[in-house]
Design a protein around this ligand. Structure first.
Ligand code: HEM
Length: 464
């Protein structure tokens, strides 16, 4: 009896500790959900976009929710987003500065050229020029595998390395890891999946172990610099391998899916496909030298708009920042809110600005020229509530922590789409096929992925 009472008292105390947080008047509305500790974690994890829309209806543009014991302040006002990326919210990092240097200027040009070489070689190996029959494949599978392998070879290592991990094996393991990633992050893996995730991570850590170690490893100067920094900081071997896997995901997890959505939208929108193809053919007709114009700083406003529009519809990262010291957040409407040290601030630009009907007319529709002015120049003027927006789409994040690889990713996708549309006959297996639905469990994890795939067939054109 005494034991029962003792346990009961402890349970009540524990419940109180984990649920006790009250809102002060200066803080955003607080919604803890009805489940102790877990709070809104389940609904958040199932379909974050839907959940955050529901919370917005209830509380407005800013609110704090509890999810798995953590308090997250969500900010959905696109006019106020940039104030959440300031210096009280994030820490500067040496690695970030080093990475930035490697993905800019002449270093970027060198990476672009290595990437081009790998893309051309992988595509040629996939369909030899004398092959006359069509090859059938899922577009997601095709885009992800080619871009992953080319990106892996460019950044993590290539020829002359005896320890080299073959990109196909790394890709096979990576796909399994990527498939379990959202459940892994949410802590909702079933026991069999837990075992698989453990096995796959171990395997990837082994495969990545030599990357960036020796100068002749074929790894990019960026990866060598990254590895050197980890060593200088005294990071142990095990943690280094784990960090490499995170870098593999950051650098390779989004480009393939982004290229898939773009090619998919083009193939299912003939007018868009024609517009991009004619911009590309004008460029290929101007080709005079050995170095293809598309590898240089050539102007491609139609392609840029088609890609921006595709990313608007399918890039859905959480932009999260840790509150490193107490901070007052100034909203664009003049309201002020206090943010607590140790909490997290989260922006979800997918819901707004990207899918906001007040900013983008018919937001569910793919309009390849949404980001073009009538004179063909890039359109940058978008408004909400009569005020011009600084961020009208945010696939790359924002502020000091924004995507470091943005330009490299754009150049890579442009080269890939150019090669595929210029050198290949590519079509849908079913001409009336529609784009697949998105996998709603991946909201928050960067580029969305499809439920299923879009079947295509392709063969190399005789002329190349
Ligand atoms: C379509 C492709 C890509 C998309 C949509 C994308 C998007 C993003 C986003 C949203 C972030 C977080 C930004 C923030 O918190 O504000 C990020 C971070 C980052 N991205 Fe990208 N990215 C892409 C491709 C790449 C590529 C190709 C590279 C490098 C080769 C790269 C390197 C990074 C790195 C190093 C970070 C920072 C990770 C960290 O320090 O936490 N990304 N990216």
């Amino acid at each position: 009896m005494i034991l029962t009472i003792f346990l009961l008292v402890h349970a009540v105390l524990l419940y109180f500790i984990v649920t006790h947080r009250t809102r002060s008047k200066s803080e955003p509305p607080l919604d803890k959900g009805s489940i102790p500790w877990l709070g809104h974690a389940l609904e958040f994890g199932r379909d974050a976009s839907k959940f955050l829309n529901r919370m917005k209806q209830k509380h407005g543009d800013i609110f704090t929710v509890r999810a798995a014991g953590r308090y997250v302040t969500v900010l959905l006002d696109p006019h106020s987003g940039s104030s959440a990326c300031g210096s009280h919210i994030t820490r500067p990092s040496k690695k970030k500065a080093m990475t930035k240097k490697h993905f800019a200027g002449t270093n970027l040009a060198a990476l672009d050229s290595t990437m081009s070489r790998h893309l051309e070689a992988l595509l040629k190996a996939d369909t030899p020029p004398n092959q006359t029959h069509w090859k059938d494949q899922g577009l997601f599978d095709f885009s992800y595998s080619v871009l992953f392998k080319a990106g892996y070879l460019t950044l993590f290592g290539e020829e002359q390395n005896n320890n080299r991990s073959d990109p196909t094996s790394v890709y096979e393991e990576f796909k399994k890891f990527d498939g379990l990633l959202s459940k892994l992050a949410k802590g909702t893996l079933k026991s069999e999946e837990k075992r698989t995730a453990h096995r796959v991570q171990q395997r990837l850590w082994e495969l990545l172990a030599p990357a960036g170690l020796a100068e002749d490893s074929g790894s990019s100067p960026w990866l060598q610099g990254y590895r050197r920094l980890l060593q200088e900081e005294g990071v142990d071997e095990d943690t280094q391998r784990k960090a490499l896997l995170m870098q593999l995901w950051a650098t390779q997890g989004n480009v393939g899916p982004a290229a898939f959505w773009l090619l998919g939208f083009l193939l299912t929108n003939p007018e868009a496909l024609m517009a991009v193809k004619s911009e590309f053919s004008r460029i290929s007709e101007m080709e005079t030298s050995e170095t293809p114009l598309i590898d240089g700083p050539v102007n491609t406003p139609v392609f840029d708009s088609a890609l921006e529009e595709s990313l608007r519809l399918t890039a859905a990262p959480f932009i999260t920042r840790e509150v490193v010291q107490e901070k007052t957040l100034h909203m664009a409407d003049g309201q002020e809110y206090l943010l607590r040290k140790g909490d997290r601030v989260c922006l979800f630009p997918f819901n707004s600005p990207q899918m906001d009907p007040e900013i983008h007319n018919e937001p569910q529709k793919y309009k390849y020229n949404r980001f073009l002015n009538e004179d063909g120049s890039t359109k940058r003027d978008f408004y909400k509530g009569g005020r011009k927006l600084k961020y009208y789409t945010m696939p790359w994040g924002a502020g000091t922590n924004g995507c470091v690889g943005k330009q490299f990713a754009i150049n890579t996708i442009r080269k890939f789409v150019y090669l595929v549309l210029t050198n290949y006959d590519l079509e849908l297996c079913d001409p009336s096929a529609q784009m697949p639905e998105v996998d709603a469990s991946r909201y928050g994890f960067g580029m969305l992925q499809p439920e299923g795939d879009l079947l295509i067939r392709y063969k190399q054109r005789k002329t190349c």
